[in-house]
Design a protein around this ligand. Sequence first.
Ligand code: SDX
Length: 431
Amino acid sequence: MSEPTRTATLTLDGKVINLPVHHPTIGPDVIDIRKLYAEADVFTYDPGFTSTAACESAITYIDGDKGELLYRGYPIEQLAEHSSFLEVCFLLLYGNLPNTAQLADFESRVRNHTMVHEQMHYFFRGFRRDAHPMATMVGVVGAMSAFYHDSTDINDPWQREVAAIRMIAKLPTIAAMAFKYSIGQPFIYPKNSLDYASNFLHMCFAVPCEEYVPNPVIAKALDRIMMLHADHEQNASTSTVRLAGSSGANPFACIAAGIACLWGPAHGGANQAALEQLREIGTVDRIPEFIKMAKDKNSGVRLMGFGHRVYKNFDPRAKVMKESCDEVLELLGVHNNPTLQVAKELERIALQDDYFISKKLYPNVDFYSGIILEAIGFPTSMFTPIFALSRTVGWISQWREMIADPTLKIGRPRQLYIGEQQRDYVDVRHR
Ligand code: SDX
C-alpha cells in the first residue's frame, strides 16, 4: 500500500483521531480507518458498502462518472475491439498482455483442462431436468473440490495456478452440461481444435447425430461478450469470493459462492430479468405505461438492465454490447427484432425522462446482452451461466491477488446492534 499522503482528522467527544489517507494510482483517495475502533471505540457504518474500499487491487479500475472501465490499465473498448477472451484472461491473471509464445502456451494449458472428471457426469443426474442451470452450476462447481484435491491447497502457488486454469477451462464445459441436461440432450465433449467461444457453442448446440460447425462471426461476438463480463472491480459476487477466500476456503468453494451471489436479479441475474421484461413489454406502445411503473416505488417494478452502483454515466460495456447487437442480428438476418426495437426505444425514452436523468440511471451491461444471446439461440436461463463462466477469470484473479497478499486477514465486519438489552431466561410456565 502507498505511504499516507495526508491525514484526515476526526473529532469525537473532544478526542482528536488522526487517520492516514492513501492515494491510489487513479480514483478517490481512501481514509484508512483500521485503527479507528481501537482508538475511538466506534465502528463506521456503511451497509451496502456505498463509500467503502474493502481492499487494495491492481486488476480493474472503474470511473463511474466518466463511464470508464480498465482491465490492468487497458480500456475495455480497445480490448473488445482488438483482444480475445483468453488473452484478457492472461492479462487479468498475470498483469500484462502476453506475447505470441505466452499466449500460445496459455491457450494450450486451458485447452488441456477443458474436460471434467467423468464421474462428475453423475452429479447432474441428481438434479431435476427443470432445475435452473445456475442451481446446477453452483452445485457442480462446489463439488469440484471433491475431485481436484491436487489443486485445493491455497498455500501452494502451483496448486493455485492449476486451480485457476482448471476453472477457466472447465466452467464452459460445466455450463454447457447444465444446459444439455436441462433440455434432455446428451453431453457433448469439448473439442480442443476449436477456440474457446466456438468450443462452448459446440458443447451447447452440437448433437451426436450430425456435424455442427460453429459460425465464426457468432463465436467472435460471444468471445467479445465474455471479455466484457470478465471482471468488474469489487462487485457483489467478487466481494463474495474474496470474503469466502479470506477464511482459507478452497478456490472451487469460493467460485461456487461467487456463482450463487451472481445469480441474484440485482446482479448477474439481471440479464435474464431484462430480456424477460422486454418480452413482457412486447411493443413500443406499451413502454410509457411501463416507465410509469418503474418510476413508482410502490409498483415493485424496476427497469432491469438499468442503473448501477458505480456507473453514473453510460456503462461502457453496454455501448459495446449495443453495437454488437446490430452486428449479430444483421448477420443472423433477424431484421427488426421486436425485442431490440423495444430495448432501443425504451432506452431513448428513459434517457429523456427526469426520473432516470436525476438518478443517473443508464443502461448497464445486462440491458442488451440478452438480446444477442437469445439471437444466438440460448434460452434466457443460460444468460447468467454465461455471465458466470465469463466472470470466473475475474473472480479467480481477485482471489489470487488476495491470497498472495501477506497482510491478508479474515473478513469480519461488525454491526450496529439494535436488538434487546441483556435479559434473564423465564421458564415457559411463567411467560
Ligand atoms: C451488474 O457492481 C457491479 O459492478 C455489477 C456488475 C458487474 O459487472 O459485476 O456491473 C453487473 O450487476 C449490473 C447491474 C444489474 N442489475 C440490474 O440491472 C437491476 C436493476 N438495477 C437496480 O436494481 C440498481 O440500479 C442496482 C442494483 C444495479 C444498483 O442499485 P444501488 O446502487 O443500490 O442504487 P439504489 O437501488 O439505491 O437506487 C438508487 C435510486 C433509487 O431511488 P431512490 O430511493 O433514490 O428514490 O434509483 C432507483 C432506486 O429506486 N433505481 C431504479 C433503478 N435502479 C435504481 N429505478 C428504476 N429502475 C431501476 N433499474
